[in-house]
Design a protein around this ligand. Structure first.
Ligand SMILES: C[S@@+](CC[C@H](N)C(=O)[O-])C[C@H]1O[C@@H](n2cnc3c(N)ncnc32)[C@H](O)[C@@H]1O
Length: 259
C-alpha cells in the first residue's frame, strides 16, 4: 500500500516535470575487448556469431557509434529477435509499420530496427517504428532522462519516433507490435516504481502464463530469473502469440549483459 502510494506520487511528479536535459553524447568505444570476460572457447563462438549478425544486419553504423556495452546489448537483442522471428515464422511486410511498447530509453532500438529491416530479406525493407514509453521521464544519476537517451539512441534512424506516453490500442495501425521484457509480475512493476493502476491487463495475462514456466535463463550474468526471461510479441489479431507454451524458447547467449 505504502509502495503503491509512493509510486503514484513519484510517477505523477515525473509526468508533471517531464525532465529533458538535452541529447547526451555517447562516445564510441573500441570493440576489441567485447568478449574478453568469456572463457576462450565461448569467446571464439561469440566472435563468430557477432560477425554473422554484423554482416546480416548491417551493423556498421552501430559499431562505429556506440559504447562497447551497448553494442553487446544490441547483439543480444538481435540474436533473440532473429530466433523469435524464426520460431514464430513471422511474415514481415515490405513496408513495415511497427510499434514497441515500453522501450525504456530504447538502448536496443538499432537492433530492433535492423531486425525489422533485414531479417530474412537481404534487400531490406522500409521500416516505420514507434516506441511508446509510459515512464519516459525517469531520470538517471547523470541528470539525463530516458527521453534524452532515447533521442541519442535513435539518431541516424529514419522514420523512428519515441513517444513519451503509454501505448493505447490502435486497431489496424501496426503490422507488428513488440513488447520486450515487460513487467509481467506486479511485484517487479511496483519495485521499479510504477503505480499499481499502470499495471495493464495484457501484462497480467502474460504473467499468468509465465507463472508455470521454470526460470531457466536470464539476460544478465546472474542466476536465472523469470522476470528477466520474458520476450513477448503482439500481433493484432493474435495477441501474446509468442508466449503460448509451444512457442516459448529459452535462450542462453554470449551477449548477456554484464552487471
Ligand atoms: C521491464 S521494462 C522493459 C524495457 C525494455 N523493453 C527492455 O527490453 O529492457 C518495461 C517498460 O514498460 C513500460 N510500460 C509498461 N506499460 C506500458 C504501456 N502500457 N505503454 C508504454 N510503456 C509501458 C514501463 O514504464 C517500463 O519502462
Amino acid at each position: 500500500m505504502i509502495t503503491s502510494v509512493k509510486n503514484a506520487i513519484g510517477y505523477s511528479l515525473r509526468q508533471l516535470i517531464k525532465r529533458k536535459k538535452g541529447v547526451p553524447l555517447i562516445p564510441n568505444e573500441s570493440k576489441q575487448e567485447l568478449f574478453s570476460h568469456l572463457p576462450l572457447n565461448e569467446r571464439k563462438q561469440a566472435d563468430v556469431t557477432a560477425r554473422q549478425l554484423f554482416s546480416d544486419f548491417h551493423l556498421n553504423d552501430l559499431y562505429e557509434n556506440s559504447s562497447a556495452d551497448n553494442f553487446r546489448q544490441n547483439l543480444f537483442y538481435l540474436e533473440m529477435l532473429e530466433r523469435a522471428f524464426s520460431e514464430a515464422d513471422v511474415k514481415i511486410p515490405q513496408n513495415i509499420v511497427a510499434a514497441d511498447i515500453g522501450p525504456s530509453d530504447w538502448f536496443y532500438v538499432k537492433a530492433l530496427y535492423a531486425a525489422l529491416k533485414w531479417w530474412s530479406n537481404p534487400d531490406g525493407r522500409e521500416v516505420q517504428l514507434t516506441g511508446y514509453e509510459a515512464d519516459a521521464f525517469r531520470v538517471y544519476p547523470n541528470g539525463f532522462s530516458r527521453y534524452d537517451f532515447a533521442q541519442s539512441y535513435i539518431q541516424g534512424l529514419e522514420k523512428v519516433q519515441y513517444i513519451p506516453e503509454k501505448f493505447t490500442r490502435q486497431p489496424e495501425k501496426y503490422d507488428l507490435i513488440t513488447m520486450l521484457f515487460p513487467f509481467v509480475f506486479i511485484k517487479d512493476h511496483l519495485k521499479w516504481g510504477l503505480p499499481f493502476r499502470r499495471f495493464d491487463a495484457y501484462s497480467a495475462q502474460i504473467g499468468h502464463q509465465f507463472r508455470s514456466i521454470p526460470a531457466t535463463c536470464s539476460r544478465v550474468n546472474r542466476p536465472p530469473d523469470r522476470s528477466e526471461a520474458t520476450l513477448v510479441f503482439y500481433y493484432f489479431s493474435d495477441l501474446f502469440f509468442l508466449v503460448k507454451e509451444d512457442r516459448i524458447f529459452l535462450m542462453d547467449s554470449p551477449f548477456k549483459f554484464i552487471l
